[in-house]
Design a protein around this ligand. Structure first.
Ligand code: ADP
Ligand code: MG
Length: 708
């Protein structure tokens, strides 16, 4: 008998060859293979008469192999064609496969087999089955895996098709010993869910589509449930930890606010208040500050840091890129020129410190480390360099992470553990507008502060999808803006003509589209269109110091136009820029376009966003329309998530999160129910002592999840 943990290498009948391929997909045990679920199903449950087949239908037939032969295609020597003539009582049809010469060995003349696949029309008007799945039938094996039933279509890998995967899974299911169900019986009953053993069998080999749905529902619920338990446990573990309690000096904060060049919006004030209240407590804060692009999160973080510094505590503020880290550092210097508690910028290549009143210095690595260790520097702004070895803090009270979805759990844990007995407070800031059901699920262990409105001097950004014919007119408009003293971003989808682009598309689309590259665009704009203006270029392949220089030049107005890749997507703040021109706009996700647009409209000047596409397809038009009309990131994110899937939305994710995210988005009711179930069980059995199966599953689950 097998169990869930049996290595596939020990399972009879799974060859070395398959093992290697499965390993590529991260599958090496029986349980992992069983947990590789079909992405969708095809219904081949009805067997058709050959005489009844019509072109373009997907169908299963059962017939006898009359003849089969393989040959090279006469026009393309590297193409091998297998043709097979199949007959049943009603007629005959040809089946055709490419580059699968071995089929001849299985489908020998005289054999009875099922064939499932698409009925295609040949040039001469005849119909044939193109590359059907086939399964030889012997009288004692009418119980088919691949044909004449509903079949699962799996995520595949090179050399391992859905058929191959089904072939491997069937015997596993038959030889697996009963799996103990991690979900307690009363929960199964209360939420009307099927047991785990039945669910595994139904998800791989459903008799009818409802079986598959039933199984999916069960697994979805289980995942959400485990995640909720995980969140609850995290939350209670954190509540048991001690944090430095940072007293709130209201007068001090009022004084800071009075010296700002603007008044905070109402929800900025509310968020700030929630944060300083939390940091005053002796338990670590774990809070997410969400606010649309340009809503002014940085200044809130800065004030929280100043408040901590005022009580002699240190704050680490971590940004995903050097450009952003530098920008935050500059924010401190610009808004709080009199702060003399020491603000440092620490990146892989640079260490600078500002002591207030114009006193600034560049530091050697050792020196910087020493000043952080001794507590001389109170606010440390930086990149990943902050979590590299060597940096010890004296009294770290607050860790702030900007655009947190770019950081991993481990990195966060690293920072949090630096402080010995006390756990610092944690604030993460994100402009990724996460719909509420999702944040409840995925960030269920975080408290939320949301900035709901934009600073009130902002005018809505005029957004237009521009017809290629109006390109010249657009350039003229841009020239006008620059004459008025404004600046312009031009975003292009990729760096070199042959480079892999950021948004995934099919090969065909990719070949069809002539993409603008940053370099080409830069050449064109600086030589032909605007030879009299100063054009800068920025892309991800430049060295950090070069990027920084370009950003600084642009910020300090030593350039009129910045031609750039998506590196400007997150967080860059150049208030004087009023035009965002996006080339190849159809190549970007909606959430990404929204982020780009958020780079302008950051001052009292009217701003513009122009979208250029090379595609006139309906979906492109629709997508451009939704960005033109988008007033609010939340709505857009939800749309984006539904049309392009959460992979796009969250960027690179390896864990099971996208699936979960999808479930959560489409099924807020289930999120709620799983949360209730989790609360119930944790209340009754906090250490899961009475539910050992669930406890074991939790341990595995924790290992699986990578998200922040
Ligand atoms: P984000 O939330 O996208 O990180 P930033 O913090 O970069 O936004 O803020 C965007 C711009 O708005 C900055 O130039 C900042 O100084 C400015 N800002 C922040 N709060 C206000 C406010 N209440 N009124 C006017 N401008 C503000
Ligand atoms: Mg920001």
């Amino acid at each position: 008998m097998l169990d869930f943990h049996t290595p596939l290498a020990e399972v009879n009948g799974i060859g070395q060859n398959f093992i290697a391929k499965l390993k590529r997909m991260g599958i090496s045990t029986a349980g992992e293979l069983l947990s590789h679920f079909p992405a969708r199903y095809e219904d081949f449950s009805q067997i058709y008469n050959i005489a009844d087949l019509i072109p373009n239908q997907e169908a299963t037939i059962r017939g006898q192999v009359e003849e089969i032969e393989g040959r090279r295609a006469w026009h393309r020597r590297n193409l091998h064609i297998t043709e097979c003539l199949i007959t049943d009582d009603t007629g005959s049809i040809k089946a055709v496969w490419f580059n699968q010469p071995y089929i001849k060995n299985t489908l020998q003349p005289g054999r009875l087999a099922n064939f499932s696949g698409k009925v295609s029309k040949s040039k001469d008007g005849d119909i044939h089955l193109s590359s059907p799945t086939y399964e030889v039938i012997t009288n004692d094996r009418m119980d088919t895996k691949h044909t004449a039933r509903i079949v699962g279509i799996y995520p595949e890998t090179r050399g391992l098709t859905s058929k191959g995967i089904r072939y491997l899974i069937k015997p596993l299911l038959e030889n697996l010993e009963e799996i103990p169900d991690p979900l307690p019986k009363d929960i199964l009953k209360k939420w009307d869910l099927i047991g785990i053993n039945r669910a595994f069998s139904q998800i791989h080999f459903p008799e009818k589509l409802e079986d598959a749905f039933e199984a999916k529902k069960r697994f979805a619920f289980e995942d959400l449930f485990l995640l909720q338990i995980y969140n609850l446990k995290q939350k209670s573990a954190l509540a048991r930890k001690k944090a430095p309690s940072v007293a709130t000096d209201i007068l001090f904060i009022k004084d800071i606010l009075n010296h700002l060049p603007f008044t905070l919006t109402l929800s900025q004030k509310k968020s700030l208040w929630e944060i300083v209240q939390d940091t005053a407590k002796g338990q670590p804060m774990n809070r997410l500050l969400q606010g649309d692009v340009g809503s002014g999160k940085t200044v809130i973080a800065a004030i929280a840091a100043l408040n901590a510094a005022h009580q002699n505590y240190q704050t680490a503020l971590m940004a995903p890129t050097e450009i952003l880290a530098r920008q935050h550092f500059n924010t401190f210097i610009r808004f709080f020129p009199e702060f003399d508690g020491g603000v440092a910028l620490i990146t892989a290549s640079k260490r600078e410190v500002f002591y207030g009143h114009g006193l600034a210095a560049e530091l050697k690595k050792k020196q910087a480390e020493e000043e952080v260790r001794s507590g001389k520097i109170k606010i440390i702004v930086g990149t990943h360099a902050l979590i590299q070895k060597g940096l010890d803090f004296k009294s770290l009270a607050l860790v702030i992470v900007d655009e947190q979805h770019r950081f991993g759990v481990n990195q966060r844990a690293e920072l949090l553990n630096r402080n010995g007995a006390l756990t610092p407070h944690f604030l993460s800031m994100s402009a990724t507008p996460i719909p509420r059901t999702l944040s409840l699920t995925i960030f269920g262990d975080l408290d939320l502060s949301i900035i709901t409105e934009m600073p009130k001097d902002r005018k809505p950004i005029v957004t237009k999808s521009v017809d290629p014919k109006e390109r010249t007119a657009t350039y003229q408009f841009i020239r006008g803006e620059i004459k008025k003293g404004r600046q312009v971003f031009v975003v292009c989808p990729r760096i070199e003509p042959n480079e892999k682009i950021e948004a995934p598309i099919t090969r065909l689309e990719w070949q069809k589209l002539e993409l603008k590259s940053v370099k080409e665009e830069y050449e064109k704009l600086s030589k032909k269109v605007f030879p009299d203006l100063k054009i800068l270029m920025l892309h991800g392949k430049m060295k950090a110091t070069e990027k920084e220089k370009v950003m600084r030049d642009f910020l300090e107005k030593r350039g009129d136009i910045l031609v750039t890749t998506s590196v400007v997507e997150v967080g860059v703040d150049v208030p004087n820029a009023t035009v965002m021109m996006i080339e190849g706009a159809d190549r970007f996700g909606l959430a990404q376009l929204y982020q780009f647009r958020g780079r302008v409209g950051r001052s009292e000047h009217q701003s513009y966003c122009f979208l250029f596409t090379d595609s006139s397809s309906r979906t492109t038009k629709q997508r451009m329309k939704s960005i033109v009309e988008a007033k609010n990131g939340f709505e857009l994110a939800e749309k984006d998530l539904k049309t392009r899937g959460p992979g796009e939305f969250f960027g690179q994710t390896q864990s099971g999160m996208p699936d979960l995210a999808m479930i959560a988005i489409q099924n807020p009711e289930m999120v709620k129910e799983s949360r209730e179930a989790a609360v119930r069980i944790i209340k009754a059995d906090p250490a899961l002592k009475k539910n050992p199966g669930l406890a074991r599953k939790m341990t595995e689950f924790q290992k699986q999840i990578h998200w922040e």
